[in-house]
Design a protein around this ligand. Structure first.
Ligand code: CDP
Length: 315
């Protein structure tokens, strides 16, 4: 249940711009939400036609044979010809069984999730997607849930938190325990420096017999997805992980529910100051990402009944 629509506090408490921004969002957001089958089907078929996420979002041994030339989506001049050694790290089988999930929760890392009590609701989804190896224990469970079916890992985290996996690797494997046997999605072929560290992540999980199943993003899919969003009017250098996973979910799931998407400094209802993430205040690289613009697109899809954005407290 959502709190009643309120107006933002007086200008003295919140800058005028922010107040107007939040009021505008709430105006669009506060109308009763219902899934609209027609706009949903239309958006989904546009996405599928341009990106083919079901078959092409990830690299598998079936869709990427030895000899394939991969073109890095973040560095267009860089290519890599798949040899046997690299091929052997590709996912065997199909990561997404040939069915549509009833409900998917895509969990962004926004500070808005802190104290949201959304954990149960998130966990009730048939398929739960998370971004960038977020913490789930130590009191976060109640607000973000505990189930994970797919989690992404940006190589920058592997560099910073786990010494690029050049030294001892047990800590990395242990930190993944909370994700059970979920898929670990790595953008191994987006930038040149992502490849060796992603392969080390793969070998580490294999060597330690971790139940987590590593899988690589298909750079061709990420390239097509960037073109798709550009054609929707979104201008950004790199799509954020959150909008990438939302797009994939729209192809995989009948009902897409978003949590933790709110790239602003104030809570929309309590107006309290928010940290950037629910677990820390590390800032987003605004040079690459245009999260507020992305948010406007997600808000539009929410208003159209294509997906549901959760901003309030969960019951
Ligand atoms: O790696 P990236 O910067 O894209 O993501 P992150 O900070 O780990 O957060 C995961 C996703 O949550 C982002 O990609 C955004 O889509 C979303 N997010 C948001 O909407 N608002 C925030 N304050 C933080 C993250």
């Amino acid at each position: 249940s959502l709190p009643q629509k309120k107006s933002a506090p007086p200008t003295s408490a919140l800058c005028k711009d922010c107040r107007e921004k939040i009021n505008k969002v709430l105006e669009q957001y506060s109308k009763a939400w219902k899934k609209q089958e027609e706009p949903y089907q239309k958006f989904r078929s546009q996405l599928s036609a341009k990106c083919h996420g079901l078959e092409k979002a990830t690299i598998t041994q079936a869709n990427t044979p030895v000899g394939t030339k991969l073109v890095y989506d973040g560095e267009k001049k860089r290519t890599l010809q798949v040899n046997l050694e690299i091929f052997s790290t590709f996912f065997k089988g199909h990561p997404f069984p040939n069915k549509t999930w009833h409900t998917c929760a895509v969990v962004g890392n926004g500070g808005i999730l802190a104290n949201s009590s959304c954990g149960k609701m998130i966990d009730s989804a048939e398929f739960v997607i998370r971004c960038n190896l977020p913490p789930l224990s130590n009191g976060y469970e109640k607000h973000v849930g505990i189930n994970t079916d797919l989690v992404t890992a940006n190589p920058s985290i592997l560099m910073e938190k786990f010494g690029a996996l050049m030294g001892r690797r047990r800590k990395f494997v242990e930190s993944l325990r909370s994700y059970g046997d979920s898929l670990l999605l790595l953008p191994a072929f987006s930038f040149g420096h992502n490849t060796p560290v992603s392969l080390r992540a793969f070998y580490t999980l294999e060597d330690f017999e971790s139940p987590v199943r590593p899988i690589f993003f298909n750079p061709g899919y990420l390239h097509n997805l960037a073109l798709f969003w550009r054609s929707q009017g979104l201008r950004t250098i790199r799509l954020s992980t959150g909008i990438i996973m939302t797009s994939l979910a729209l192809e995989l799931c009948d009902n897409v529910q978003l949590y933790g998407f709110w790239p602003f400094d104030f809570h929309p209802y309590s107006f309290q100051t928010l940290t950037n993430h629910y677990y820390d205040d590390r800032k987003t690289k605004t040079k690459f990402h245009a999260m507020p613009d992305e948010f406007n697109h997600l808000l539009r899809l929410h208003s159209q009944g294509v997906l549901k954005l959760h901003l309030g407290h969960c019951k």
